[in-house]
Design a protein around this ligand. Structure first.
Ligand SMILES: [Fe+2]
Ligand SMILES: [Fe+2]
Length: 325
């Protein structure tokens, strides 16, 4: 009974903090829209009736043929992550309410994110980069499987997760694009455009959580200490996900060392290391968070020293064998 009482009072105080953020969030949104570059996928790939220049597509396919398979594997996970948007729109609505001012942000964010999945999918189809039917099947399963992280419904945890996730996707898009440098400038441009959006989303979520930390430091740190040690990437329900993640790490696109950088930056940006006037719960959470970077360092070393050359194969890259060091 007492556990229920403290749980519900903790939750109602979180709702009060969320409600108190309305003015601040409206200002953050105005700033976000001011800085935003409102682009559309058809600016990158011909899509309108008067865009009948077939050579654009022929040349695109020629260039795309020369891309490494590791870039194709990363691109696959990048698309699926973006196409998981229904999961995230729902999680945000469930955690923040669909009838509150937060829905203004959820709708704006969803509209911006929707372009990411659209452009990547358009690119994959027009460039013939991937086995498209294999990709479609993966996408169908991923949406159908759902994504139900254990933090669902907790608004503080949502903001920590989304902050980390926006930075992780930014890194993944940018580094996938780097593998295309000198070979496929359109892919570089697309990944950079998406990464710019992710960077602005990251700033929004990070700033919101900073405001939460200022209003409710102990509960905010407790939430952060349960999310930050390890975030489940949204693609975790994709079959064979670990092999995809392994290729992406081996190709230098995204791995535990990148996650460690994300955590270190957040500790610094949120001033977690210098927070004082905490109660017992807050202090314990602070200590736990401060120990994450060295634990991630050890994990990275462990993975790297045990890692041996390995071959992979995925249907989405036409079943070709991919040898990775
Ligand atoms: Fe995105
Ligand atoms: Fe984003």
């Amino acid at each position: 009974m007492s556990a229920l009482v403290s749980r519900s009072s903790a939750f109602s105080s979180k709702l009060e903090v969320l409600a108190d953020l309305e003015e601040t969030v409206r200002q953050f949104m105005a700033k976000h829209e001011e800085k935003r570059d409102n682009w559309y996928p058809s600016e990158f790939l011909p899509a309108n009736p008067d865009d009948l220049n077939d050579s654009v597509i022929t040349e695109l396919r020629d260039r795309a043929r020369g891309l490494p398979d590791s870039a194709r594997v990363a691109f696959t996970i990048n698309i699926l992550t973006e196409e998981g948007l229904p999961h995230f729109h729902r999680l945000i609505a469930e955690s923040l309410g669909s009838q509150t001012f937060w829905s203004l942000w959820n709708r704006l964010w969803t509209a911006e994110e929707d372009r990411h999945g659209n452009i990547l999918r358009d690119y994959a189809r027009d460039s013939r980069l991937l086995n498209f039917s294999a990709l479609e099947e993966m996408q169908f399963k991923y949406i159908r499987n759902g994504f139900y992280p254990d933090w669902a419904g907790d608004p503080y945890k949502l903001f920590i997760y989304t902050t980390c996730q926006e930075r992780a996707t930014q890194i993944s898009h940018l580094n996938t694009g780097k593998l295309a440098e000198g070979q496929e400038p359109l892919l570089v441009a697309v990944t950079q455009k998406i990464a710019q959006d992710e960077s602005r989303h990251y700033a929004f979520y990070m700033n919101v959580f900073r405001e939460i930390l200022a209003r409710d430091p102990n509960q905010a740190l407790e939430a952060a200490s349960s999310i930050m040690p390890a975030i489940d990437m949204p693609g975790i329900s994709i079959s064979n996900f670990n092999d995809y993640a392994d290729v992406i790490r081996r190709a230098g696109i995204y791995g535990p060392r990148d996650y460690k950088c994300i955590i270190e930056n957040l500790i610094h940006n949120w001033n977690i290391d210098v927070m004082t006037y905490l109660n017992e719960i807050g202090r314990k959470a602070q200590e736990k968070i401060m120990s994450i970077p060295s634990r991630l360092d050890k994990l990275s070393q462990y993975i790297e020293t045990r890692s041996k050359a390995k071959s992979f194969t995925f249907e989405v890259i036409y079943g070709r064998i991919l040898e990775m060091a």
